[in-house]
Design a protein around this ligand. Structure first.
Ligand SMILES: Nc1ncnc2c1ncn2[C@@H]1O[C@H](COP(=O)(O)OP(=O)(O)O)[C@@H](O)[C@H]1O
Ligand SMILES: [Mg+2]
Length: 253
């Protein structure tokens, strides 16, 4: 199995089950949407996958390797990255520095690296600069590279957070409402970026939490519909969103 699989995972908080027996597979080469009302447990499911929360029951596999119980940094190193619902960037750094910081490998982050391996350090710096500029260009922020990140609009900050995620070279991208709060022009930019991510690298697995059903229809091949901690429906997007029960009860259409 090439993708990410969660198998019967559950999580309770104060005796309330927030995620209940969720089983789902996220495959590379396409976008899978995770939809459902507020409080359904979507963000919690992401916390469980990235190791910020531990499941009470069940397991998580990436490329058939069990990753349940690993700390977040080890799960990240396996290639699982996440875009947070709130934008997380370094306000006091420039746009370019923000992306450069995301390019650093654990080895390069060590303060001893530049001291003991000066030649290698210079080569890495050049490589990281090229990489950072590539991803800034990819999201269309190359003209802003020397501006402070705090000077960007909310939408541009979201693009910067996406550039940081991409610079981290994760193979699984968990995107928690990447279009929330954006104006239509910015939403289009984000969707265009997502399409290019999949088109340029068929190994990328993208999981998209999204409330806008038009966006889901346009972007996602598979849909998981979550409600009260459980997967209520799963299938191809046209099937799930075309289902009478989903439309009437959950989407109010
Ligand atoms: N830190 C927390 N402690 C206790 N309950 C929480 C916490 N975070 C979320 N919840 C509860 O878990 C449920 C699922 O929340 P969440 O995963 O954020 O849903 P979604 O992302 O689908 O809107 C909600 O009922 C919420 O109140
Ligand atoms: Mg959420």
């Amino acid at each position: 199995m090439r993708g990410l699989k969660v198998k019967a995972i559950s999580k309770s908080s104060n005796n309330v089950e927030i995620v209940s027996e969720v089983t789902a597979t996220f495959l590379p080469g396409c976008i899978t949407a995770l939809i459902g009302p507020n409080g359904a447990g979507k963000t919690t499911l992401f916390h469980l996958i990235t190791g910020e929360l531990q499941p009470d029951h069940g397991d998580i596999f990436y490329k058939d390797e069990k990753i349940t119980g690993l700390p977040p940094y080890r799960i990240a190193r396996k290639g699982i990255g996440r875009l947070f619902q709130d934008v997380r960037i370094f306000d006091n750094m420039t746009v370019l520095e923000n992306v450069l910081a995301a390019c650093l490998t654990p080895e390069q982050e060590s303060p001893f690296f530049s001291f003991f391996h000066p030649a290698k350090w210079h080569a890495c710096r050049k490589h990281n600069l090229d990489k950072a500029l590539y991803w800034l260009n990819f999201v269309g922020l190359q003209d802003k590279r020397d501006q402070s990140a705090s000077s960007l609009s909310f939408g541009q900050q979201k693009l910067l957070a996406i550039a940081r995620l991409l610079a981290g070279e994760f193979n699984v991208l968990l995107l928690d409402e990447p279009t929330a709060g954006l104006n239509p022009v910015m939403i289009k930019k984000v969707l265009d970026i997502l399409e290019r991510i999949i088109a340029e690298d068929r190994e990328k697995t993208v999981v998209l939490v999204e409330h806008n059903m038009k966006v889901v229809t346009e972007m996602a091949y598979w849909v998981y519909f979550m409600n009260e901690g459980r997967i209520a429906f799963f299938g191809r997007t046209d099937h799930v969103l075309g289902d009478k029960e989903v439309r009437e009860i959950y989407l109010g259409l």
